[in-house]
Write a protein that binds this ligand. Structure first.
Ligand code: M6P
Ligand code: ZN
Length: 185
C-alpha cells in the first residue's frame, strides 16, 4: 500500500505553517536610504511595519535545482510622495529568474536590467510576472490596502542587495496627481 500523507506546508491566516518556514519583518527603519524624501522619512515613526515575508525554504540555500516559495505582505503608505516598497535586489547568481504573482490589493513591480533600464508592471490579484535573470526587482504598494504577492525563485539564486543599496533604481515610483508615475532619477 502506498502512503498518503498530509501536506508539508499550508496557510494559516496570513502565514505559511510548516517546517522550514521563515518569517521576516521589515520596519520603516530597516528601509533607511531607499526613499528619496529623507526629511519626510526622518519625521515618520521608524518602528512601523513596512512588510513581512513568509517563506518556505525546503532546500539548503545554494542548492542547485531546488525552489523557494514566499508570500510578501506590503503595507500601504508613502514616504513623501513615494509608495512603500521592498528593498529590491538582483540575484547573487545574477542569471537566476523568478516568478511573482499578485494575491490581494494593488501594486507595481519595478524592474531594472544591468544597463539600468527601468520599466514597471501593474500587479493585481491573479496577475503573473516573469522576472528574467539579470533583472533587479522591487514591489511597491500603490493602493490604500494591504498588498500581497507570492514569489517562486531558485534555491541557488541568493540576494544581492548591495547594488541597489549603493546605486538604487534608475527610476522612482511616485504619486503624481493621485496616480503612480515612474520618474527617472
Ligand atoms: C519576494 C522574494 C524574496 C524577497 C521578498 C522581499 O518574496 O523575492 O526573495 O526576499 O520578496 O523582497 P526584498 O528581499 O527585496 O526585500
Ligand atoms: Zn528575487
Amino acid at each position: 500500500n502506498m502512503e498518503i500523507v498530509f501536506p508539508r506546508l499550508f496557510f494559516a491566516g496570513n502565514r505559511l505553517l510548516g517546517e522550514r518556514v521563515e518569517n521576516v519583518s521589515r520596519t520603516l527603519g530597516d528601509l533607511r536610504g531607499i526613499f528619496a524624501d529623507v526629511d519626510a522619512f526622518s519625521r515618520m515613526p521608524q518602528n512601523i511595519l513596512a512588510y513581512e515575508v513568509s517563506s518556505f525554504l525546503p532546500e539548503q540555500e545554494g542548492t542547485p535545482g531546488g525552489l523557494y516559495f514566499g508570500i510578501t505582505y506590503l503595507h500601504p503608505g508613502k514616504v513623501g510622495n513615494e509608495y512603500f516598497m521592498t528593498k529590491g535586489h538582483f540575484h547573487a547568481n545574477i542569471d537566476r529568474a523568478e516568478f511573482y504573482w499578485g494575491l490581494e490589493g494593488e501594486g507595481m513591480l519595478i524592474l531594472m536590467d544591468q544597463l539600468r533600464r527601468v520599466w514597471a508592471e501593474r500587479v493585481f490579484p491573479g496577475s503573473l510576472h516573469y522576472i528574467p535573470g539579470g533583472v533587479a526587482h522591487r514591489m511597491a504598494n500603490t493602493g490604500n490596502t494591504l498588498f500581497s504577492f507570492a514569489a517562486c525563485w531558485p534555491s541557488d539564486a541568493g540576494h544581492n542587495y548591495r547594488e541597489i543599496a549603493d546605486h538604487g533604481f534608475a527610476a522612482r515610483l511616485l504619486e503624481v496627481d493621485g496616480k503612480p508615475q515612474l520618474i527617472g532619477v
